[in-house]
Design a protein around this ligand. Structure first.
Ligand code: XMP
Ligand code: MG
Length: 178
């Protein structure tokens, strides 16, 4: 099924360990608090599910979806929110959970948008970070892995909707989005 994966970069065990470490830090940082955890659809859904099952704090889950219209290789600053949160985040502690932080356009737009609702705090949690591709200066508060400038798939991340269910993360032979 996944025979067209060129190379596996992170296996299930490594991803599980990264989720453990991030959850440990969130449990510590938000002890006694009740953050709103906002998953960025669609790519974050598997990471979010694994992350929240490791939390021992109270939390609320919500989702947001954004599309960015650019050329095929890079997202652009023209971001649109296409699915809105339903929680009231005013004065709340917000953790935005993303699959991968690339140019930064999407997450900087989303965090600015969320700031408009006057939350008490906003932090960014991304499983993967590609700092070499950054256009907008934005840094995650929690990261699992820093990765090279390669298009990666699996564990929620897709190429034309394929590979989302792959339990590990790797590089597909088709690297057209690089
Ligand atoms: P920006 O560039 O705005 O975009 O930070 C982040 C979004 O772009 C997608 N993206 C990827 N998706 N493999 C993927 O499957 C990748 O290597 C990759 N790099 C960026 C992703 O949707 C992310 O939310
Ligand atoms: Mg995404």
């Amino acid at each position: 099924m996944y025979e067209d994966i060129e190379e596996i970069l992170f296996n299930e065990e490594e991803i599980s360990r990264a989720a453990d470490e991030i959850a440990f830090r969130i449990n510590r940082d938000y002890e006694g608090k009740h953050p709103v955890i906002i998953g960025v659809l669609k790519g974050s859904f598997i990471f979010l599910a694994d992350l929240v099952r490791r939390l021992d704090i109270d939390f609320t889950v919500d989702f947001i979806k954004a599309s960015s219209y650019g050329d095929k290789t890079r997202s652009s600053g023209n971001v649109d929110i296409t699915y809105h949160i339903s929680a009231d985040i005013r004065n709340r502690d917000v953790i935005v959970v993303e699959d991968i932080l690339d140019t930064g356009y999407t997450l900087s737009y989303i965090t600015e948008y969320l700031r408009g609702f006057s939350p008490h705090s906003i932090r960014i949690c991304t499983l993967f970070d590609k700092p070499g591709r950054r256009v907008v200066p934005i840094k995650p508060d929690y990261t699992g892995f820093v990765t090279d400038d390669l298009f990666i798939v699996g564990y929620g991340l897709d190429y034309n909707e394929k590979y989302r269910g792959m339990p590990c993360v790797g590089v597909p032979k088709t690297q057209s989005k690089k």
